[in-house]
Design a protein around this ligand. Structure first.
Ligand SMILES: Nc1ncnc2c1ncn2[C@@H]1O[C@H](COP(=O)(O)OP(=O)(O)OP(=O)(O)O)[C@@H](O)[C@H]1O
Ligand SMILES: [Mg+2]
Length: 456
């Protein structure tokens, strides 16, 4: 029996899901918005969250982000009324297990929930055995782009110059920042991280500079800010592109002077801090549109470091896949698993909008959800949720101007090509998975003029 929390503003959906899950032997908890949901997460030990993407107050994506930050082991399934590629991409990038489209299908809901619960249990088991959750990755990749990056890391770690790391979601910006710290002369000092996007304007001063007892209503004791905590070490300002203009002005002042006062305090505190900033936004565009101060940009951007997306260095895919297959192998297995040749082809052709984080999540998931020693293309398709949904969006397009028998032939031909590829052109396996005889498959290959060699 598991504890499942449903966060949805529609009473009807909450009631239906409660009945469904209770029939399956689970206990259901209900919340009509994110705030109520978090209250339940704090008090009850929840295993799975079913989350509506369109919620009043705190939006579903924000709720998802916070759950993943505060309870990384809890799986989240998204319910989306307007299922589109963007929601799926965002949700998967942020670590959602899967998403369900409204109107909900009961069978689908139960299957997806059971899979997510299985994933959650095995993840927890794996982690308590190996503690992989807190193990840091080493930076993997030997493409030209990565070699250049290693050189830049090496050079810049030797100085105290400020660094601005740029790159898409999940490309490894934080990993690069930590590596620079680790190799430099401040390695023995602290590495302190501040996510500028996650802190409301009203709290940012106290976060950065700390506060004295009684500085404001909630300030029960004196508290050190991030600048002070990072003394003799590195301060990593993450997502600086999301800082408000007010905060930017405050940060600019400290960077210039490396001196500040705690909120509600008089004493001026001086610190010795190296600053590394990171952003996934196009900062020059932000400056043009007056959302980011140019003077702050120049201050932070003494050494710019660009971390390439996975697509730009797709030749590193094999190495990354091998690395994560070893990391996420099940304890009982001695050898890491592999992907079949055609499965690797799908991975190579995929766009990886969530970059290394998405690849890492995907491989952890495949290792948990599949029993195959050699991972098949079917398993890849099943677990690359974005690929699946973009395929179904596009599904009817090629058929729209056709007569029924034309469409049927086209569909049949595509289906045969797909199954043949999935089975490495092995006729008996392909025919078995199509549910027809090998000789009938041969006839159809001839009828549709499918060239087997072309597929290898
Ligand atoms: N080159 C790499 N080799 C191995 N693991 C990597 C590599 N790059 C990133 N990772 C892993 O991928 C995940 C995402 O990396 P990281 O958090 O550094 O990305 P990010 O660029 O800061 O993302 P975001 O913009 O979303 O904050 C982490 O778990 C990290 O350890
Ligand atoms: Mg980051």
């Amino acid at each position: 029996m598991s504890n499942i929390l449903v966060i949805d503003d529609e009473q009807g959906i909450r009631t239906v899901l409660k009945d469904v899950f209770e029939d399956e032997g689970h206990q259901a908890f209900l919340a009509e918005d994110g705030f109520k949901g978090f209250r339940i997460l704090e008090t009850d030990s929840i295993d799975l969250v079913i989350l509506d993407i369109w919620l009043p107050n705190m939006g579903g994506i924000d709720v998802l982000k916070r759950i993943k930050e505060e309870y990384p082991d809890i799986e989240v399934i998204i319910i989306s009324g307007h299922a589109n590629i963007k929601v799926a991409v965002d949700a998967v990038k942020l670590g959602a297990f899967d998403f369900l489209e409204k109107p909900l299908s009961l069978d689908k809901t139960i299957t997806v929930a059971e899979n997510a619960l299985k994933m959650e249990t095995l993840k927890k088991e794996n982690r308590s055995l190996k503690q992989t959750l807190f193990m840091e990755d080493r930076i993997v990749g030997s493409s030209k782009e990565m070699t250049d990056l290693y050189n830049l890391i090496e050079q810049s770690s030797q100085s105290d110059a400020r660094i601005l790391i740029m790159g898409d979601n999940g490309t490894g910006k934080e990993l690069v920042a930590r590596e620079i710290h680790r190799r430099g002369k401040r390695a023995a000092g602290p590495f302190i991280e501040l996510n500028c996007a996650a802190i409301p304007d009203t709290l940012i001063e106290s976060e950065l500079f700390g506060h004295e007892k009684g500085a404001f209503t909630d300030a029960l004791g004196r508290r050190k800010g991030k600048f002070e905590l990072a003394h003799k070490g590195t301060l990593f300002l993450d997502e600086i592109g999301d800082m408000s203009l007010t905060t930017q002005a405050k940060v600019l002042r400290v960077i210039q002077e490396l001196k500040f006062e705690r909120v509600g305090g008089e004493e001026s505190i001086e610190v010795d801090v190296r600053i590394i900033a990171a952003t996934n936004k196009d900062i020059e565009k932000e400056i043009e549109e007056r959302r980011f101060r140019e003077d702050l940009y120049f201050r932070l951007n003494v050494i710019p470091i660009y971390v390439p997306s996975l697509r730009e260095r797709i030749e590193d895919l094999d190495e990354l896949v091998q690395y994560f297959m070893v990391r996420f192998k099940r304890t009982a297995d001695n050898d890491p698993r592999t992907f079949s040749r055609s499965a690797m082809d799908i991975l190579r052709g995929y766009s990886w909008p969530g970059n290394i984080r998405e690849l890492k999540n995907f491989i952890e998931r495949v290792n948990i959800m599949s029993e195959e020693k050699v991972i098949s293309p079917q398993t890849v398709r099943l677990n690359l949720r974005i690929l699946k949904s973009s395929e179904s969006d596009e599904f009817y397009k090629p058929f729209t101007n056709m007569k029924l028998n034309e469409a049927r032939d086209k569909f049949e031909r595509e289906m045969l090509i797909l199954k043949l590829a999935d089975n490495d052109n092995n006729i008996s396996r392909a025919s078995e998975s199509l549910g027809i005889t090998p000789s009938s498959l041969h006839n159809k290959i001839r009828k549709f003029g499918i060239k087997i060699n072309r597929l290898i």
